[in-house]
Write a protein that binds this ligand. Structure first.
Ligand SMILES: [Zn+2]
Ligand SMILES: [Zn+2]
Length: 366
C-alpha cells in the first residue's frame, strides 16, 4: 500500500526543501513502525546533508531526524511500542557491533550506514517515491520532514501521554546532546562551575541541565548572538559573555569563577573557541567537545569518530520516563596540571605560559 503524503523534499545539492506530495510505502516491516509526525526539528546536520557535506543520500531526499508523533501501525515483531503511543525519534544503530553490545550506541560502528544513506540498511530500499521514482527516505531511520514516517523500533521511544508531543521533536538530537553532555559525560558536582561556548539548541540544553539537574553555581554562556545570551540567562546561565564585546573571554571566566571553570563545553567546532574552552578551565579542569569536523565529506563513513561528530543519544530515551540518561559521550579533554620537574633545571619548562598547557588525555568519555 502506498499513501500520498506531504513531505519537504530536497531535490538537488544545496536546494531549499520544497513541500510536495510524494508516496510512502506505509506497510511497516516486522521491526518497523508507521508514525504520524506531529513535530520535527531542524538540525544543522539536516542542512549539511542537504548541502551534500556527508556524501549522501542521493537526491531527491527527505531529511529530518528530530521527529515526534503518534504510532499508527507496527510490524509483527515490534514489542516496545503500540498503536496510539506517543513517540520521539532519534538515530538508528545496528545493535550488533562491539560498541552497541557494550552499550556505547552513540559510537555504533555502523552509524553512518544506519543513518546517512537514505535507505534501509541491508536491502537498500527506501519507503519513499515520487511518481514511482525513488526518493531517498529512512534518513536516520525516519525522514521526519513529512506527514508520516516509517521508522525502526530501535529509534522510536515511547513518551508519556501527558507530554505535549508537539514540542518533543528536538529531544531526539539537539536537546539530548547538550543535556547529556552535562548529565552523563561531564557530570559536574553540585556547586561547581561550567562555561558553555555556543548556546544554540545544544549549548542551551547544557545550560538547562547544569542549572536544573547538576546545580552548578556558576554557569557562563558565551555566544556572539545577544538574543541567545538573553535566552540562556532566562533558562539558567548566571553570567553571559559576548566575544564581540570583549577580547578577554577567558579572563572574564577566570574572574567569575575565581580561577577558572571546573568544566566547559564547546559546541561550535571553531578551533579558536576550543582553545578558549580549554583555557577558561581551572587546573585540573575538564572540557567536553561536542562537535568534531570530519576531514572531508563522507570521510567519517564507518569510522568510530562518527559518534563524536554527532554524539547524541538514543539509548537514554529508551530508558523510560526520565528520558535523558546514559546518552551522550562527547570527547573529553582533561586539563592536567603541569608536571613538576624532579630537580631544578630538569627537562620540563616551569615557565611555560598557561595558555600553552597541552591538550592532554583526549579520550572517549565513559
Ligand atoms: Zn541532529
Ligand atoms: Zn552498532
Amino acid at each position: 500500500m502506498t499513501l500520498d503524503i506531504t513531505a519537504a523534499v530536497v531535490n538537488e545539492e544545496g536546494a531549499e526543501p520544497e513541500l510536495e506530495t510524494i508516496e510512502l510505502d506505509d506497510e511497516p516491516r516486522e521491526d518497523e513502525v508507521l508514525v504520524r509526525i506531529v513535530s520535527a526539528g531542524v538540525c544543522h546536520t539536516d542542512l549539511s546533508t542537504a548541502d551534500n557535506f556527508y556524501g549522501g543520500p542521493p537526491y531527491p531526499q527527505v531529511l529530518g531526524h528530530e521527529g515526534a508523533g503518534i504510532v499508527e501501525a507496527v510490524g509483527e515483531e515490534v514489542t516496545d511500542v503500540e498503536v496510539g503511543d506517543q513517540v520521539a525519534m532519534s538515530y538508528d544503530f545496528c545493535g550488533e557491533c562491539p560498541n552497541c553490545l557494550s552499550g556505547q550506541i552513540p559510537y555504533c560502528e555502523n552509524l553512518y550506514e544506519h543513518n546517512f544513506l537514505g535507505e534501509r540498511t541491508g536491502d537498500g530500499t527506501s519507503p519513499l517515491s515520487r511518481d514511482g521514482d525513488r526518493v531517498s527516505g529512512y534518513f536516520f531511520a525516519q525522514s521526519s520532514w513529512a506527514e508520516y514516517s516509517i521508522a525502526n523500533e530501535r529509534n522510536v521511544v515511547r513518551i508519556d501521554d501527558d507530554v505535549p508531543v508537539e514540542i518533543v521533536g528536538p529531544l531526539g538530537c539537539g536537546i539530548q546532546t547538550g543535556a547529556g553532555a552535562v548529565m552523563n559525560a561531564l557530570e559536574p558536582e553540585s556547586g561547581s562551575s561550567l562555561a558553555v561556548f555556543g548556546v544554540g539548541s545544544v549549548g542551551i540544553s547544557s545550560v538547562m541541565a547544569a542549572a536544573n539537574v547538576s546545580s552548578c553555581t556558576e554557569i557562563i554562556a558565551v555566544d556572539l548572538n545577544g538574543d541567545r545570551l538573553e535566552k540562556a540567562a532566562e533558562l539558567g546561565a548566571t553570567h553571559t559573555i559576548n566575544p564581540e564585546e570583549t577580547d578577554e573571554v577567558v579572563e572574564e571566566i577566570h574572574e567569575v569563577t575565581g580561577g577558572g571553570a571546573d568544566y566547559s563545553i564547546e559546541t561550535t567546532a571553531v578551533p579558536e573557541v576550543l582553545r578558549q574552552a580549554v583555557d577558561c578551565t581551572t587546573i585540573p579542569g575538564e572540557c567536553g567537545l561536542i562537535p568534531l569536523r570530519p576531514q572531508a565529506p563522507g570521510d567519517h563513513r564507518g569510522r568510530r569518530g562518527a559518534g563524536a561528530v554527532h554524539p547524541d543519544a538514543r539509548g537514554a530515551l529508551e530508558a523510560g520516563p526520565v528520558p535523558l540518561r546514559r546518552d551522550h559521550h562527547p570527547l573529553r579533554v582533561r586539563r592536567t596540571p603541569r608536571r613538576h620537574p624532579r630537580r631544578r633545571g630538569g627537562q620540563h619548562d616551569q615557565t611555560r605560559a598557561e595558555h600553552e598547557q597541552p591538550l592532554t588525555a583526549a579520550r572517549l568519555a565513559d
